[in-house]
Design a protein around this ligand. Structure first.
Ligand code: TYD
Ligand code: MG
Length: 454
């Protein structure tokens, strides 16, 4: 049996078989320490390892514990994304691009939670107290019982939290926090990691729910590595296009609720307002049926949402035609193009392809395949789909259409919004709606029957 390495770097965690002054994995000096084995028995036990730990108490899987009580803000779009409200002692990370509206959202949430009787602290490390008060005034929240602090020193913040014992503390942002026992600059990986660690530990120890705001860097990561995401219970992303007023709060990880749940907001002159019916919002710009435009009946989290795919196919002046996609996966687009080409005989060589999800939505639902294929065909054949039609279904590499989950919910939402027919995979189990269904076995059938091509 190989002997486990007995040294590791305290900065990056790399394992080493012997001590040296510098870690060759991360380059840090004087960070390599001998690992003290914790096992009490066995031949590897040293004098340190001989100390016995206490045996832990084991239990059965059956439990009589009640689910955690939750505090609701009354902002339904937020409460639902949290999994049905705020869980006490939980740590939540809200990430997003600078300027997207994180501080606005959290100040509004703070006011609502505080108004509902939850002692709430809002600590801003980015703005002076006066600036936050001005925002509160703009949002007409100046009378909300939120306690406000402007501070970046983590030691002082923790002391304040110890004495105030709020039920909810919002830290805006984790990148501005500064722990004086860590030797690097605020915003650096080790500072972010140390601050997130201290604050999440505090949440568990004292029962305070902590919301950390994190800016996302250009490459789409919450600055500081993903470590913060691992430390917290819930990770929410606040997304949206700068030019659009829609904002989407998306749960990417949630120990207390479904991931992939979304909440939809609109940024107005007086803050964020909830959008209870996102389908109507995402489809509101549609006028007449247009070639390349297809309405997709999707599911986001637990909720059906209709969105519009727009495709444009044009002769390319380049030897390498363009494939441009916004709001969907580029690799998946390449796959759909390949299936259309090799299974249906519809070539896209020499053609530029642009694909866009209207309204700044990002779609990850695999059922979007058929909507994308239909939009591409519609654009290429210059044939508009009837305006009253929705589309969904997954496409396999053979070109076959696979049924997808929640067919009935998708159809019901479409019916509610005035659609009257749906192109769906053949084996979809659907009923209970008045929509006229056009079941399709494979993509070649869609090409032939819907577009009369192929
Ligand atoms: P902010 O919450 O400061 O963003 P973040 O904390 O994510 O950096 O929001 C910044 C933008 O929101 C800013 O461009 C102004 C706009 N805004 C409104 O449109 N309406 C409002 O009521 C508020 C407070 C901000
Ligand atoms: Mg901010």
């Amino acid at each position: 049996m190989a002997k486990p390495p007995a040294f590791s770097c305290t900065a990056c965690g790399a394992a080493h078989s012997k001590w040296s002054g510098r870690c060759d994995a991360c380059g840090a000096w004087n960070t390599i320490q001998e690992d003290a084995p914790l096992s009490a028995a066995g031949p590897a036990a040293t004098s340190l390892g001989a100390a016995r730990g206490a045996a832990i108490r084991l239990s059965d899987l059956a439990t009589e514990e009640t689910p955690p009580p939750r505090a609701t803000s009354g902002i339904d779009e937020l409460d639902r994304v949290l999994g049905g409200g705020l869980v006490p002692a939980s740590a939540i990370l809200v990430g997003g691009d600078p300027g997207i509206g994180k501080s606005t959202l959290l100040l509004q949430a703070a006011a609502r939670f505080a108004g509902a009787g939850l002692p709430t602290l809002y600590i801003s490390g980015e703005e002076a107290a006066a600036q936050v008060r001005m925002r509160a005034q703009r949002l007409s929240l100046e009378t909300a019982p939120v306690r406000l602090g402007a501070e970046t020193n983590l030691r002082d913040i923790l002391t304040t939290l110890e004495t105030e014992k709020p039920a909810l503390a919002i830290i805006d942002s984790i990148q501005t926090m500064w722990a004086d026992n860590v030797g690097s600059a605020p915003g650096s990986v080790s500072q972010v990691r140390a601050a997130a660690h201290e604050l999440t530990q505090f949440a568990k120890r004292r029962g305070t729910a902590i919301i950390l705001v994190g800016h996302v860097t250009k490459d789409g990561q919450i600055a500081g590595p993903r470590v913060v995401e691992h430390m917290v219970d819930t990770v929410l992303y606040f997304e949206g296009e700068r030019g659009h007023q829609f904002r989407i709060l998306r749960a990417v990880k949630n120990r207390f609720g479904p991931a992939d749940e979304i909440g939809v907001f609109e940024m107005t002159g007086a803050g964020l307002t909830e959008v209870a019916n996102p389908s109507a919002l995402f489809l509101s710009d549609r006028d007449r049926p247009a070639p390349g435009s297809v309405v997709f009946a999707g599911i986001e989290g637990t909720r059906p949402v209709l969105t519009e795919f727009q495709a444009l196919v044009a002769p390319s002046p380049h030897s390498q035609p363009r494939r441009s996609v916004v709001g969907w996966d580029g690799g998946r687009l390449a796959m759909i193009l390949a299936v259309l080409e090799s299974r249906c005989g519809i070539p896209f060589a020499g053609l530029d392809v642009y694909l866009n999800v209207a309204g700044g939505m990002k779609i990850a639902d695999p059922a979007a395949d058929l909507a994308v294929a239909t939009a591409l065909l519609s654009a290429r054949e210059d044939a508009a789909l009837p305006a009253d039609t929705v589309v969904f279904g997954e496409i396999s590499l053979s070109g076959a259409l696979r049924p997808v989950g929640q067919t009935e919910n998708r159809l019901k939402e479409a019916e509610k919004l005035g659609f009257s027919s749906a192109i769906v995979p053949e084996r979809s189990k659907a009923g209970g709606t008045g929509l006229e269904l056009k079941p399709m076995g494979d993509l070649a059938q869609v090409v032939g029957e819907i577009f009369g091509a192929g």
